[in-house]
Design a protein around this ligand. Structure first.
Ligand code: AMP
Length: 422
């Protein structure tokens, strides 16, 4: 019978990798905490309507990529493809804004999109999301970008480069949309089938189409920056000045429209070349209209998502994470030594000391081999002779030095030794 494998695009994260994920998570929560963000934990399953209304019906995610199904009562539910919509839902559902509209949240967890699996792209992937509610100022956007740069710096990613753009707002974007559509009307023969369709539904997406002919065509398209209303212009100028003042180098990327409908004004991505080709490790932007679209008051907001899988791949390429090894391996030879040693093992474990033992009757040679494989720093050897003498042998696996150890004081002795040596 063939064994069952995981679903295509879904992957396991095994010990050896999880240490890296934990370490990134610790750094991320430390940085997020210092910038005043608090954790929010949300369900994975939401009503389909939430994403259709927020991300936009005519986006790749909603059109082609969501894991949507009707549950046993016939309700249409979706495994979240992103976190922002759900964070907004929670912010509204619990009327958090009524006490204080200004909230800074972060959340870490899996997202689901049925994309074409390829290197670095999965159907279940993980994100670290941060959202700021209730702040219209461009400084909130800058704060997010600075926080991302700082996090990546701490993780040893040295070439992280923010790309920024402004998408305008409902006051100025329609003018641009019209100008873009006029331009595209004369270029129909140069657009890919996807872009021809996008023209009707989401023409801005044509600017970030990856098909070479579309890219060439869109180079000649009118620029959104020329259409920004005075408020959007000031917002974008202040953002740039602030980044300049903070000494953060960035790139203005006129193609940065991003794949979700809800963005307004600032959009940004953090690009790196750490994995070969340039790619975005994080992306985000301002979504001033979303809280209202989802039935709430008119509250501005801004946020980002870091691709955890990609971040882990980048960090893994740059540094070695030490995996945890046992402080001591108890090599108990024979049934009576095992019976005596097992309570020591559990006592050490309960005191927070990584101790290991093999519950099998094996030769000293194979027990030592096992200890070596686990990378144990010490081995406590207890056989019949040691039991009779009341003294075990503690072997330092690095120096091969052996010291006698009073078997009546194993726990106290080892506890003291490992507390001292950390
Ligand atoms: P988005 O939510 O599309 O703005 O994506 C934000 C970040 O999440 C991207 O920059 C990627 O690093 C990561 N990401 C998005 N989709 C995937 C995927 N299918 N697999 C792995 N990472 C992804």
């Amino acid at each position: 019978m063939t064994s069952i494998r995981s679903i295509k695009g879904f992957k396991d994260i095994l010990p050896g990798e999880t240490e890296l994920w934990q370490s990134i998570e610790q750094t991320a929560t430390a940085v997020l905490g210092a910038f005043g963000f608090r954790e929010i934990r949300l369900p994975i399953l939401e009503k389909t309507e939430l994403f259709a209304r927020s991300i936009g019906e005519a986006t790749d995610i909603v059109e082609k990529e969501m894991y949507t199904f009707s549950d046993r009562s016939g309700d249409l539910v979706t495994m979240r493809p992103e976190a922002t919509a759900a964070v907004v839902r929670a912010y509204l559902q619990h009327k958090v804004y009524a006490q204080d509209p200004v909230q800074k949240y972060y959340t870490i967890g899996p997202m689901f999109r049925r994309e074409r699996p390829q290197k670095g792209r999965y159907r279940q992937f993980y994100q670290i999301n941060a959202e700021i509610f209730g702040v219209a100022s461009p400084y909130a956007d800058v704060q997010l970008i600075v926080m991302l740069v700082e996090l990546l710096r701490r993780l040893g990613v040295t070439d992280a480069k923010p790309h920024v753009n402004s998408l305008g707002c409902p006051a100025c974007r329609p003018d641009y949309r019209r100008a873009l559509l006029d331009f595209l009307a004369s270029r129909e023969d140069r657009l890919c089938p996807d872009c021809l369709r996008r023209r009707e539904t989401n023409p801005l997406r044509i600017l970030d189409c990856k098909v070479p002919r579309c890219r060439e065509t869109s180079l000649e398209a009118p620029e959104l920056s020329a259409f920004l209303c005075p408020e959007c212009r000031t917002h974008f100028d202040t953002l740039q000045q602030s980044l300049d003042e903070l000494g953060i180098s960035y790139l203005i990327d006129k193609r940065l429209v991003r794949g979700l409908d809800y963005y307004s004004r600032t959009t940004f991505e953090i690009q790196t070349t750490a994995l070969g080709a340039q790619s975005a490790v994080a992306g985000g932007g301002r979504y001033d209209g979303l809280v209202k679209t989802l039935g709430g008051p008119d509250i501005p907001a801004t946020g980002f998502a870091i691709g955890f899988d990609r971040l882990a791949e980048i960090v893994a390429a740059e540094r070695q994470i030490e995996t945890a090894v046992p402080a001591v391996f108890i090599a108990a030879l024979g049934a009576s030594a095992q019976a005596r040693a097992f309570p020591w093992l559990t006592a050490l474990n309960r005191r927070g000391i990584a101790a290991e033992m093999l519950f099998e009757d094996k030769s000293l040679k194979s027990l030592m081999k096992r200890a070596g494989k686990l990378g144990a720093r010490y081995v406590l050897i207890v056989g019949e002779n040691e039991m009779t003498a009341g003294t075990g042998q503690l072997r330092n696996m690095e120096t091969h030095e052996q010291t006698p150890l009073d078997l009546d004081r194993v726990i106290e002795d080892l506890q003291q030794r490992f507390r001292e040596s950390g």
